[in-house]
Design a binder for this molecule. Structure first.
Ligand SMILES: NC(=O)c1ccc[n+]([C@@H]2O[C@H](COP(=O)([O-])OP(=O)(O)OC[C@H]3O[C@@H](n4cnc5c(N)ncnc54)[C@H](O)[C@@H]3O)[C@@H](O)[C@H]2O)c1
Length: 360
C-alpha cells in the first residue's frame, strides 16, 4: 500500500507547533501532501516544515491531493469542513472536541460509517506511553483498587480580542468543553461508567472568556471511585502544571508532564498517615518525548485506516464524553447534580440524549 497522503487543514497553534514534530516522526508511514490555512502564509510555512508540495487557502483545493486530513480548526468549523472531507471520501483525524453539538457529532459519525471511513478524535493523552502504562496498572489492579483520579491543568490561555476561543458560540462552551473534554474522556478510561457529577465554572480571573475560564468537576463512578478535574486558563503561576494522580489502595501513581516521569508513592507506614515524610517514592517509567506527543495518536489513526479497526478515540466514544459535559453544564445552570448514567456507552448510542438528565 502506498504511503497515506495527509492534508493539514488549519495551520495555527496546534497545526504548527504541536503536530509538525509528531508528523515528522512518522515519515516512513505517511507523507504530508498538502497544507491549508485561510492565512496562506501559515499554510506555506507548515508546508516547508513538513515537505508538502501544495499549500492552499481553500480546503477544497487540498482534497484532490490527499487520502486523509487532520482538521485543526476553530471548533465551529469542525462540523462543516469535517463533513465536506468525509463526503469527498477522506479519512478524518479531527482535533478535539469532535463537534459543538450532539446533532453535528451524530451526522459526522453516520457519514463516516456510511462511507466506511476512519473518523477519529485527536485526543493525544490516552496514547502517551506513560498513560498507557498507568491504565494497564489500574486495569490489572497492580497497586490495588483505584478510588480517586485527580487531574490538574493550570494554564494561562489568553488571546487578543476577537479570537475565536473567546466566543462561547465558536468554542462550543468554555474551558471545560474545550480542554476538559480531554479529562472526561480520560476519566472514563480509568474509572469506567460514570453515575453522577457536578461542574462549577467561573470566568473570574479570565475576563477575556465569554464562558468559564476555570472549572472544577467531580464525577462519581459505578465502581465507587471518584474523578476530579481542576482546569484553568487563568493561572499566573503553577507548581502542578499538568499533573495526574491516581490513588489506589496500595499506592498512588503520579504523572507530571513537566518531569515526564511516572512515580509510584507507596509503602506508607500504616500507623501514621504522614504522607510527606513516610511515603517512599519510586520512578516506574520515563518518557523522553516532550510536547504534545501527537505521533502516538497519529500512528493509531494510520493503523485504523490500514486495518479498518475502530479508533480507540472514535466518534461515538467522543460523543459520550461530550454528552457528559453538556449534561454537567445543564445541571450547573439548574443548580443540580447531573445524571451521567446511560451516555450510550454500550447501549444504542444514538438513543441517548445530551440533555434532560438531572438529579434534583
Ligand atoms: N490536543 C491538544 O492538546 C490541543 C491543544 C490546542 C488546540 N487544540 C485544538 O486544535 C484546534 C485548533 O486550535 P488552535 O489552537 O491551533 O487554533 P488557532 O486559532 O491557533 O488556529 C486555527 C487556524 O485555523 C485557520 N482557519 C480558520 N478558518 C479556516 C478555514 N476556513 N480554512 C482553513 N483554515 C482556517 C486560522 O487561520 C488558524 O491558523 C482546535 O480544535 C483546538 O481545540 C488541541
Amino acid at each position: 500500500m502506498h504511503k497515506i497522503r495527509l492534508g493539514i487543514i488549519g495551520c495555527g497553534g496546534m497545526g504548527t507547533r504541536s503536530h509538525v514534530k509528531g508528523l515528522l516522526a512518522l515519515q516512513d508511514r505517511m507523507t504530508v501532501a498538502a497544507t491549508c490555512d485561510i492565512e496562506i502564509e501559515r499554510a506555506k510555512a507548515v508546508a516547508i516544515a513538513v515537505g508538502a508540495q501544495v499549500a492552499v487557502s481553500d480546503f477544497r483545493e487540498l482534497l484532490e491531493h490527499v487520502d486523509a486530513v487532520l482538521v485543526a480548526l476553530p471548533h465551529d468549523l469542525h462540523f462543516p469542513i469535517g463533513l465536506s472531507c468525509l463526503e469527498a471520501g477522506k479519512h478524518v483525524l479531527m482535533e478535539k472536541p469532535l463537534c459543538n453539538t450532539e446533532e453535528q457529532c451524530i451526522r459526522l459519525i453516520e457519514e463516516a460509517e456510511r462511507c466506511k471511513l476512519t473518523l477519529m478524535t485527536a485526543y493525544p493523552v490516552p496514547f502517551w506511553p506513560i498513560i498507557r502504562k498507568m491504565l494497564e496498572f489500574v486495569e490489572n489492579k497492580t497497586y490495588g483498587e483505584v478510588f480517586q483520579l485527580s487531574v490538574w491543568t493550570e494554564q494561562y490561555t489568553i488571546r487578543d480580542p476577537g479570537h475565536w476561543i473567546l466566543s462561547a458560540e465558536r468554542l462550543g462552551g468554555g474551558q471545560f468543553f474545550s480542554h476538559g473534554c480531554h479529562y472526561i474522556d480520560l476519566m472514563f478510561r480509568f474509572l469506567g461508567r460514570p453515575v453522577k457529577g457536578v461542574h462549577m465554572g467561573s470566568n473570574k480571573g479570565t475576563p477575556w472568556m465569554e464562558k468559564e475560564g476555570t472549572s472544577n468537576v467531580t464525577i462519581e463512578f459505578e465502581n465507587g471511585a471518584m474523578g476530579y478535574h481542576f482546569g484553568t486558563w487563568g493561572a499566573r503561576g503553577t507548581r502542578l502544571g499538568w499533573s495526574l494522580h491516581v490513588h489506589c489502595t496500595e499506592g498512588m501513581l503520579e504523572y507530571n508532564r513537566k518531569d515526564n516521569k511516572l512515580f509510584l508513592h507507596s509503602n506508607l507506614r500504616k500507623e501514621r498517615g504522614d504522607l510527606v515524610t513516610r511515603d517512599r517514592t519510586r520512578v516506574l517509567m520515563e518518557d523522553d518525548q516532550g510536547g504534545k506527543g501527537t505521533q502516538y495518536e497519529t500512528a493509531h489513526f494510520l493503523d485504523c485506516i490500514a486495518t479498518g479497526q475502530r479508533p480507540i478515540t472514535d466518534g461515538t466514544t467522543s460523543l459520550q464524553g461530550l454528552r457528559a459535559i453538556w449534561r454537567l453544564y445543564e445541571a450547573d445552570r439548574a443548580n443540580a447534580i447531573a445524571d451521567l448514567r446511560s451516555l450510550g456507552l454500550d447501549e444504542d448510542w444514538k438513543a441517548e440524549a445530551a440533555s434532560g438528565r438531572i438529579i434534583k
